[in-house]
Design a protein around this ligand. Structure first.
Ligand code: ADP
Length: 304
């Protein structure tokens, strides 16, 4: 197959591993920077172009693997959609990526389908600080800026007073934020389940550094391999399915009332999970594409 990997940087660990795995299985792999693509949006012959050595070149692939960064979601998914319109198979379709990137929409969808999550309330600038605190059962609670990555916008308020001050500060920033029950029992650990198709192919537990409640590896969290319970596997697969994602990183907290999903990531990194589990995740993705693409290019998964 001729596979296009939509990524801005061919030197990223995840991107280069996907190229390696595709070539090892006899495919031709090309890394394409979506921001350098331009499109001809016509109904009879939709095409995606880029310049190769200064010359216009039409991109023809049998399959594409989107690795679209959060900061370029809109244009990245537009290019991906153009491939889809042209009949190219995509592992993770544009609609599923858009769904999962909008945290509020993702949360509402997961809730509608009965996927367990921490009790969460959303707000923008509504003057309802005390009500928000009450709705999640009071402090300790977590306040998150919706756009947060690497745990940067995730703050723990240990008392109702601190929570009030935090929420008021977030409101004055004019940001979308959520207020969430703090899952203390998780003890600074979360579980990243790497889902491919309808299986969790690798899982790692990330544990926060001493004195920290956020387990992000970027914040000094440590990763180790973990054996999942059957209900955790089922929950991760279900969350990915609800989002319509073929490949997803589903983050789970172990709470006193069972596993809870906190995030579904459509471009999960390969480095942490491959290094901590020793699993060949890139190879599993390529094998999945070989099989799933036989079903045809456009098969919208999930709803809403
Ligand atoms: P980001 O997308 O910025 O990484 P997350 O929602 O994944 O934000 O949160 C970062 C980390 O904070 C998680 O990996 C987890 O360890 C911790 N965390 C997030 N939400 C909760 C919660 N409700 N209760 C306890 N810990 C949480």
């Amino acid at each position: 197959m001729k596979i296009g990997i939509l990524s801005r940087n061919k030197n990223l660990y995840s991107t280069s591993r996907l190229v390696e795995a595709a070539e090892a299985r006899g495919h031709e792999a090309h890394v394409i920077d979506v921001l350098k693509c331009y499109m001809n949006v016509t109904s009879n012959r939709p095409t995606v172009h880029t310049k190769v050595k200064g010359e216009d070149s039409i991109l023809n692939f049998d399959a594409v693997i989107p690795r679209i960064g959060a900061s370029i979601t809109a244009y990245g998914t537009a290019v991906l959609r153009q491939f889809e319109v042209a009949g190219v198979y995509s592992v993770n379709e544009s609609i599923a990526i858009t769904r999962s990137r909008d945290k509020l929409r993702a949360h509402q969808l997961l809730a509608r389908k009965g996927v367990g999550m921490p009790i969460t309330s959303y707000a923008h600038s509504a003057d309802a600080t005390k009500e928000l605190i009450k709705s999640v059962g009071g402090a300790p609670l977590i306040v998150k800026i919706i756009e947060s990555t690497h745990g940067d916008g995730v703050v723990l308020a240990e008392t109702n007073k601190a929570a009030e001050a935090l929420i008021n500060a977030f409101r004055s920033l004019n940001a979308d934020f959520l207020v969430q029950e703090f899952i203390k029992e998780a003890s600074g650990s979360d579980i990243r389940c790497f889902v491919v198709g309808d299986r969790v192919i690798a899982a790692m537990q990330r544990t926060a550094a001493e004195g920290e409640y956020r387990s992000n590896l970027h914040r000094g969290g440590q990763a180790q391999v973990i054996k999942l319970k059957p209900e955790e596997r089922a929950l991760a697969v279900r969350a990915a399915k609800v989002m319509g994602l073929d490949v997803a990183g589903v983050d789970i907290l172990r709470s006193a009332h069972g596993p809870l999903v906190i995030e579904v990531n459509s471009s999960p990194g390969l480095e942490g999970i491959e290094k901590s589990t020793g699993k060949d995740v890139a190879d599993a993705i390529i094998k999945y594409i070989e099989k799933d693409s036989l079903k045809g290019p456009n098969k919208p998964k999930g709803k809403g």
